[in-house]
Design a protein around this ligand. Sequence first.
Ligand code: ADP
Length: 274
Amino acid sequence: VTYIPHLNQPDKDQVQGFFALSSDISDRKAIERMKDEFISVVSHELRTPLTSIHSSLKILATGKLGNLSHKGQRMLRIADEQTERLVRLVNNVLDLQSIQSGKIKMKKKACKATELMIEAAQTMQTMAQEHGVKLFAESVAFVVWADRDYIVQTLTNLLSNAIKFSPSHSTVWLSAKLEAQEPKTAIPFVTFEVKDQGQGIPANQLENIFERFQQVDSSDSRKKGGTGLGLAICRHIIEEHGGKIWAESSLGGGSTFYFTLPALTQKGGDDHQR
Ligand code: ADP
């Protein structure tokens, strides 16, 4: 503790309070670390048996080992869906853990924003069609400083949520714009935007949803197969790039998710002025 002499000296109770608080914080941090390690070890151990259960179920589903009754096939489908959900959860936990602990180094280089957007949109096209949602990706001419795979993963996560929480016959837009530099010396950045016409998010939850395992409706993990980890992973990826991520929404009024990345060019795309 450093004292600045001309400031009022704290009394004994305040100093004791300070030490109690600081040891409380370091205790809490140690517990958090232990919890993270525990979750990570368990997830790691679960991965191999889960992969083998998944492969066995896939073989059973081919019918090569004998035909299943109608009811048997239904049971198998449920077992398969739930195993896939567990595999997703385990992978998400391990992803989050490695990004959070700095074990993974992002490989950043100059990337064309349009290529990242097209790759993510193509990956999500089938899901969009299955949900009857139209997906539009804008074409832009910016170059960003980014790890291609991780930004595509971020865009894919945001698009997947947008589709998942939208009614059929609605539209999801993916776009990006180069922000004006203010002040002129600041590093330019690109803001990516994923906009939907879905169910929306209550205002008091807009920040929580970027925390681990936070879902507006906890039954969504069962109904929609989510894990509550996607946005926490996105936040870590974007912060690792020196960017910011946030959402604007209202209940019933659709949602828009934004994130920023450092830009390498000031040239605008043909249609970035919307
Ligand atoms: P999940 O696996 O549940 O999708 P996420 O971390 O990606 O986990 O999202 C957390 C929660 O934020 C979701 O369960 C949902 O309640 C809310 N959410 C995220 N994106 C949207 C969206 N586009 N529209 C409505 N709610 C959303």
